[in-house]
Structures are given as structure tokens and as C-alpha cells.
Design a protein around this ligand. Structure first.
Ligand SMILES: Nc1ncnc2c1ncn2[C@@H]1O[C@H](COP(=O)(O)OP(=O)(O)OP(=O)(O)O)[C@@H](O)[C@H]1O
Length: 733
């Protein structure tokens, strides 16, 4: 405390202070009038403070003498109360002699006071006990504690932005457990952080910590960090972008601290400011934190300067002077519980990136059993399309299965339709049109189609990334439009874009997703090892390297391994081999082939080779419609019916090659030619393969043949043919 040499003329001086530190000072001098406004807004009832001020005004105004007004300042508040007194008198002189009593002035907004003190001598004597925590003030500690908010918020938004949240959901982590795990994690992190702050602060002797009751501090900080976590969850609902969340949360942290110092603290100290408005401001978590820290600072002064015991629970709960801390604790507890419910509710119905948004009254909706759902499905009508018998047949199978469920068909889609709303004047876009599919266990179904055919939209609906506009699908008997949470437990997904944590290794990813699939102990370890081996990531260096440092192909293989771990009943793979080198692709295919034994695999691909190698059946989609469906061999037989005869000669011999093709089949049709290389379609019934070989051997005598070939129709030919017939789309001819 500052030692003050006071030269007080009896009968002439008035001493004004709102600080408890000035008690000894007042006792040491012979002032005619000592006015102590002790902790003007928090410890003294407002009424008492108001009347004390009134007394001061009256006293000063009734005396004709010009008083020496002594102001005691320690820099811990802005002196609003003192300034009011100064303003109320016409003549004020501040007495200062060799050892001025005006000891320490922090940059303050009290302009008038500064004018008086500008010329004064500086600090006279030192302090025996410097209360650094007061100099740092609630502002500093508010900032330090609030810095946890951006960290938590960014973590939550990162998981949503990167679709990691939905990826976890797809692998069986429901919202309830996700919330509990995340909440517990943030609580542990926040507790350790705040505990370190208190311990460190106590070790270096900050009075705010050492002079206060530790149980009061514990309860205050514990309630606040819970409130802050819930506040972060609530805020995360409204963000879908990490950068925006980061920027806004830091603005909130620093802005709220400054508002606390320059606005809220003034209101605290202004005795005329209504208490109910203070309480309203304290609803904003940053202000409740600021208020609590402010009160702890004031308690520590009280304890230090008048030598009382620490302010304990009895004082806080029973002493009306300490209403502020009590109010803050009650307010924060109530807010924590209310916001917890609100944040969870909004996460379910309004959040971006946490899966399909639920109906606002989802918790009131009836939940029915699996058998009831099966009954509800009866009564659908089959739509027969005579132009596409295979597609119609598939629809009929679906209708039958809806009437008589069969467990051997884990995936049934019924008239699934997806329309994207047109924006900026663009028309609506039908991405998937009335798709009906029945996929038996053990089948790998390939979805082929040009870009924009609707393959990803279909997978997005099946995996809960988006909702269907109409129609639905049943996975293991569960309706994806109602029971997606349960569907997720039997599903594996390899999305088109890898969804991985940059900061986890490949092994850690598989351990995590394996645990989500209820694998434990040795079974988990074996499954992880096996998975890493299958996708060629088993080298220790590779498996334990951070996934952020993986190449594109390695990330792809990891995504496939994630989709297969834990033996899900249905696996969706969106272009699984994109970006893989030939050797990795082959080993990946082997892994997929092994994996399909007891489950349904649905994959989209642009590689016909991949489709032929892996798929038991393929469906070719164009413009959201299923154009044909069947085994690759069947399709080739159905849509093929011709050989492809290719020959490369010098350009000047092209005509002779055309003659040769017409010799082989009068109906030969040239489908492609470029600088001497020509491709002809020859109807199978016109061509005998030995005759073709003989004709080419004869032609070699007169033509310079660089290369030639006679090939059966490939799946690619079928694909191009079907896509061309379906309408104007972007396929290369
Ligand atoms: N979120 C969206 N909003 C509006 N239109 C969309 C949206 N997503 C997809 N589409 C449109 O729906 C159509 C089908 O797109 P989708 O991504 O499902 O096709 P795809 O067959 O998976 O294509 P690719 O092979 O290129 O991945 C496209 O015309 C696409 O532009």
C-alpha cells in the first residue's frame, strides 16, 4: 500500500475516496470531513451510496470555504464516483506538497482529474505489497480465459466444414455420444487450462488468486468454463467455415474484454446504474466472467487491506453486500443449463454440416418398430417402362420385396428422387429421377454414368448427406428418411473427397473408426493391421505418419480402409480408385473383392475396367435416370452384337482399308478415324473370326499395316452407346 504524507489542515479539508485502501489514510489525518465510499457499487447498498454522495454534495455546497479536496486513487477503478464529487463543487484545489498523496494514476477517462494531476509530483514512496492482479485487472484474465472459446469453436466448425462430423456419424457415432465425448474433452482441456492459470497465478503471488477462497474460485471457474463450452457449441451451429468462425470469435474475445473495461466496469461503478440492467448485461457470458473476476479482485483488496479472512461461501450467500458474485453464479448456472438444451436442439434442426436436419418437433414424432415400417411399405405401385425392360424388371423386384421383405436384400431403393432447387433464376435440377433398385447381399453394384449423371447425389442420399425429394430407401429394413441414425450403424463410406483428420495417423484413423464399430482389444488391433495391409499402408513408417502428410493416393487407400473396417453390412464407395497408380489400384480391387463376400458394396466409377473387374451388376445412369442394369457380360451381349475392327496404316491407304472392312461385312460402319487409324463396327453375324484373320494376312501383301485388331464389344462401347441413345449429354464420340 502507498504511504501517504498527508498535510491536512483541520477544518479545511475533505477527503474523498471510494477505495478501501484509504481507510488507514483517513485514520492518520485530521480531516474535518472524511468521506469514504467504500467499493461504491458492489459492497454497499446502492441506496446507502447514493445518500453518502448526497451528503458530500450538501456538505460541500453549504460551506463557503474553499476546500482542499484530497483524492485517493490507486488505479484499480476509473474513479467515476470521485469525479462526480469533483464536478459537484465549484472550487477545488488539490493539495500537493513534497510528498504528494496522489500516488498512482492509471490512464483514466476522468479528464478533469487528469488536468489537476498533470503537474503533480510523481510517486512518493513505494509499496510494501503490490497487487499486480489488480493492475492487470479483470480485462487481462477475461482475455486469458476467453481464449479457450475460439479454440473450441474452431475445432467444432473444422469437423463440420470438413464433413468429419458426418463421416463419424456415417460410421455409427450418433449425436448424443458425439456431444458427450466432445463435451468431456473440452471440459478436461478447459479445466487443465484454468487450473494451470490459478496455480501459476498463486505461485507468483497474484492476490486475486491467493487472497480468495479457492472453493469459491473453483465453483466460479467451473461454472464459467461449462457455460463457455455450451456457448461454443451454440455458436458452432451458425458457422460452416473455419476462417469466419476464427475471425468472429477473436473479435468477440477482444471486443468483449474492451467493452468490459470501458463500458461494463463503468456501469458497475456507477451507483445510479440500475442493477437489473447490469444483470441483463451479465447474460452475455463475457460480462458475467468479467463481473466475477472484478468481484474476486475486490475481495482480494478487502482481505489484504483490512486483514479479514477470505470471503467465503457464507459471505457470498448471506451477506447482501456480496450480491454481485451470488447473482453471477446463479445466472451462469441457469444459462449453462438452458443453453445446453438450446444448443443441442439447434444442432439437430438448424446446424450446417452435422447431417440431415431434423424436423423442429422431431422429439414429438412417433417412433415405430421395424415390423410396423414393413407394413407401411405395402401398397406402392409398380411403374412399368416398356422401353427399358431390365429397369422395369428391377422395379418389379423392388415392389415384390416391399410386400414380402427378404433379408437377403439389405438395400432397397424405391422411386428415389432428388431435385436441387434452382438458384439465381436457374431452373430446378433433377439429379436422380425415380430410382428403384434391389441389391442382394454379396453383390458389388457399379454405378456408371457421365459427369452429372446423379451418382454422387444418389450416394449422398443413401449416406445421409442430403435428403431425398421423394421416394425412399431401406437399408437392412430401416427407412433412410426416418431412421438414418440407426442406418449409420451398419454402414461404411468412402466419400468422393477424402475426409480425414490431418493430425491423426492412418493407424489412429482406423483405431478410431474401428472403436466406433464396437471393435475392442485384440480384435480391434487385428482388424486395423489387416486393413492397413489390404490397402498397402502397413509399413510402420507409413501407418504411423500423419495423414496430412500422405499423398493423394495414400489418402484414397486410407479412405477405402476406413469404409471397410468393422465389417459394415453396406459400403458406399464414390470413385474409390481415383488418383491411384496401377499397382495400388490392383491391390485395392483385391481388397474390395474380398470384402464384398458378405455385404453389399455400391460403387461409382468412371473406369470401365474397374467396373468389369469388381461389379456383379452395373447400372448406367444418364441425366439422373437409370438407363440399363445388369451383369457387364449381359450388357455387352445385349448392347454389343458387333466386333470392333481397328487398323492403322499410312493415311494414303485409308480407302483400301475401308474396302477391306466392307469385304468382311457389307454392313461395316466406320465409327472413328484419325491419321491412318480407323475403327469399324462389324455386326457379329456377318463375321467369322478365321476369315477375318485370313483377309488381313492377304492384305498385308499390298498394304503397310502398322497395327490391327478385332475385339469384342467392351463395356466402354456399351456405355457410350447407352449414353448417346439417352440424349444430348457430354460424352465423347
Ligand atoms: N448441391 C447441388 N445443388 C445444385 N445442383 C447440384 C448439387 N449437387 C449436384 N448438383 C447437380 O446435380 C447433377 C448430378 O450431380 P452429381 O454430382 O450427383 O453427378 P455425378 O454423376 O456424381 O457426377 P460426377 O461423375 O462428375 O461426380 C449435376 O447436374 C449437378 O450439377
Amino acid at each position: 500500500m502507498y504511504i501517504i504524507q498527508q498535510r491536512c489542515e483541520p477544518g479545511l479539508d475533505i477527503f474523498v475516496s471510494s477505495q478501501i485502501e484509504s481507510i488507514p489514510l483517513m485514520q492518520g489525518v485530521q480531516c474535518v470531513q472524511g468521506l469514504l465510499l467504500w467499493r461504491n457499487s458492489s459492497s454497499v447498498m446502492r441506496k446507502e451510496v447514493a445518500s453518502a454522495y448526497q451528503a458530500a454534495y450538501d456538505f460541500l455546497n453549504t460551506k463557503e470555504t474553499e476546500f482542499n479536496v484530497h483524492i485517493w486513487y490507486n488505479g484499480s477503478n476509473n474513479g467515476a464516483g470521485n469525479t462526480r464529487i469533483l464536478r459537484s463543487v465549484n472550487a477545488v484545489s488539490i493539495q500537493y506538497n513534497d510528498n504528494s498523496y496522489l500516488q498512482f494514476i492509471r490512464g483514466t477517462n476522468v479528464k478533469m482529474l487528469l488536468e489537476y494531476v498533470r503537474e503533480m509530483p510523481k510517486l512518493a514512496t513505494g509499496t510494501s505489497k503490490l497487487n499486480v492482479s489488480t493492475i492487470l485487472g479483470p480485462l487481462f484474465f477475461t482475455w486469458v480465459i476467453e481464449l479457450l472459446l475460439p479454440a473450441i469453436l474452431v475445432y467444432l466448425v473444422y469437423e463440420k466444414q470438413g464433413n468429419l462430423r458426418i463421416m463419424m456419424k456415417m460410421h455409427g457415432l450418433n449425436d448424443g455420444p458425439y456431444w458427450m465425448i466432445s463435451y468431456a474433452y473440452f471440459l478436461v482441456i478447459s479445466s487443465v487450462y484454468v487450473l494451470s492459470l490459478v496455480v501459476f497465478g498463486s505461485l507468483i503471488g497474484l492476490r486475486s488468486f491467493t487472497s480468495n477462497n479457492y472453493s469459491v474460485q473453483f465453483v466460479f471457474f467451473f461454472i464459467y468454463i461449462n457455460l463457455q463450452i455450451v456457448f461454443a457449441f451454440l455458436s458452432a451451429t451458425f458457422f460452416s467455415n473455419v476462417k469466419t468462425a476464427t475471425a468472429i470469435s477473436y473479435i468477440y474475445v477482444f471486443g468483449s474484454g474492451l467493452l468490459g473495461l470501458f463500458l461494463f466496469e463503468r456501469f458497475i461503478q456507477d451507483v445510479t446504474f440500475p442493477r437489473k440492467w447490469l444483470l441483463c448485461m451479465e447474460i452475455v457470458p463475457c460480462f458475467s466472467l468479467y463481473r466475477g473476476l472484478y468481484e474476486l479482485g475486490q475481495y482480494s483488496f478487502e482481505v489484504d487491506l483490512i486483514g479479514t479472512d477470505t470471503i467465503g461461501w457464507k459471505d457470498i450467500l448471506l451477506n447482501s453486500d456480496n450480491y454481485a458474485m451470488r447473482d453471477v453464479l446463479i445466472l451462469m448456472t441457469a444459462e449453462w443449463l438452458i443453453l445446453l438444451v438450446v444448443a443441442y436442439y439447434l444442432d439437430q434442426v438448424a446446424s450446417y454440416g452435422s447431417g440431415i436436419r431434423k424436423h423442429p418437433l422431431w422429439f414429438l414424432q412417433n417412433r415405430c418398430t421395424k415390423s410396423e415400417r414393413s407394413l407401411q411399405r405395402s401398397g406402392y405401385d409398380a411403374i412399368v417402362n416398356s422401353e427399358k425392360p431390365d429397369v422395369s424388371q428391377e422395379s418389379e423386384i423392388v415392389e415384390k420385396l416391399l410386400m414380402e421383405p427378404n433379408e437377403n436384400y439389405p438395400v432397397i431403393c424405391h422411386n428415389l428422387r432428388k431435385v436441387y432447387r434452382g438458384r439465381d433464376g436457374n431452373p430446378d435440377k433433377v439429379a436422380v429421377e425415380g430410382l428403384s433398385l434391389a441389391l442382394p447381399r454379396g453383390e458389388c453394384f457399379g454405378m456408371l454414368g457421365p459427369n452429372g449423371a446423379g451418382k454422387t447425389s444418389f450416394i449422398s442420399m443413401m449416406t445421409g448427406l442430403t435428403t431425398s425429394t421423394s421416394g425412399t430407401a431401406y437399408v437392412q429394413g430401416l427407412d433412410i428418411s426416418k431412421d438414418m441414425d440407426e442406418v449409420y450403424t451398419s454402414m461404411g463410406v468412402c466419400p468422393q473427397h477424402d475426409l480425414i483428420w490431418e493430425t491423426l495417423s492412418g493407424r489412429e484413423h482406423l483405431l478410431f473408426y474401428g472403436r466406433l464399430k464396437n471393435l475392442k482389444g485384440v480384435a480391434l488391433e487385428n482388424a486395423v493391421k489387416e486393413s492397413l495391409k489390404k490397402v498397402n499402408l502397413h509399413d510402420k513408417e507409413v501407418a504411423d505418419k500423419l495423414a496430412g502428410a500422405y499423398s493423394g493416393g495414400m489418402k484414397r487407400r486410407l479412405s477405402v480402409a476406413i469404409s471397410l473396417i468393422g465389417n459394415p453390412h453396406v459400403v458406399y464407395m464414390d470413385e474409390p480408385s481415383t488418383g491411384l497408380d496401377p499397382a495400388s489400384r490392383k491391390s485395392l480391387w483385391k481388397a474390395v473383392q474380398q470384402a464384398k463376400q458378405d455385404r453389399v458394396i455400391i460403387l461409382t466409377t468412371h473406369s470401365m475396367e474397374e467396373a468389369e473387374f469388381l461389379c456383379d451388376r452395373v447400372g448406367i445412369f444418364v441425366g439422373g435416370n437409370l438407363q440399363c442394369i445388369g451383369n457387364p457380360k449381359e450388357l455387352k451381349a445385349r448392347y454389343g452384337g458387333s466386333y470392333m475392327f481397328t487398323m492403322t496404316t499410312p493415311s494414303n491407304q485409308e480407302e483400301e482399308v475401308q474396302l477391306l472392312a466392307h469385304q468382311l461385312s457389307p454392313r461395316a460402319k466406320r465409327v472413328y478415324h484419325i491419321s491412318g487409324t480407323q475403327k469399324f463396327q462389324l455386326p457379329k453375324e456377318d463375321v467369322r473370326i478365321p476369315d477375318a484373320f485370313r483377309a488381313v494376312e492377304r492384305a498385308k501383301r499390298r498394304l503397310t499395316i502398322h497395327a490391327w485388331g478385332l475385339a469384342d464389344t467392351t463395356l466402354e462401347d456399351v456405355f457410350i452407346k447407352v449414353a448417346k441413345e439417352a440424349g444430348p449429354i457430354n460424352v465423347l464420340s
